[in-house]
Design a protein. Sequence first.
Length: 193
Amino acid sequence: MTDRTTYVSLAGVRRRGWTDAMVRDLLGTPDVQGRDPRRWSLAPVRLYLLARVETVERTPEFAETSALSRARSSATGAYAERRRAAVLTAIRAEPIEVPRLPGPELERRAVRHRRLLGARSPGAPEPAGALVRWQVSYLRHALSRYEVLLDGLYGETGRGEAERLLRRRLYEAIGVAYPSLARECRRRIAVEG
């Protein structure tokens, strides 16, 4: 078994500020590679001699690569932030057009939509307020075309915030168009964030 004080894992190298590309380009192949005896994993454990890592960290190539990596990272972060801000602005500015249907037609469509989703069997007793929930669900589904506003946001670049804002705007628009559904819309905003 190797001495853990003289070796550093790939995760440890990353904690020291290395990127995967820096490890590949500056350190190359690991000094020790094998399976982790503590847990089963498909990925092999890669260990690098700590002395070799520290030696490379003192080289001008490491300093240059590290500076470039930080610059790239901040540029990428700035781009992601600009993209997030642009999407949030577009969501705030986009007019939401809720389809206006007569009450009986909305009820019919909501029940049909619910059955298409594989809900309860016909004839089974429905819980109180189910029709209102179904109507809101149907209208929310009818407005799903607005989700294209989220295109281009991935991971931690504000996707969750944009989804919450869009959901809130859609439910608010449904509540304005159908005042009888406003209470359910407010409940969903509170529950779904």
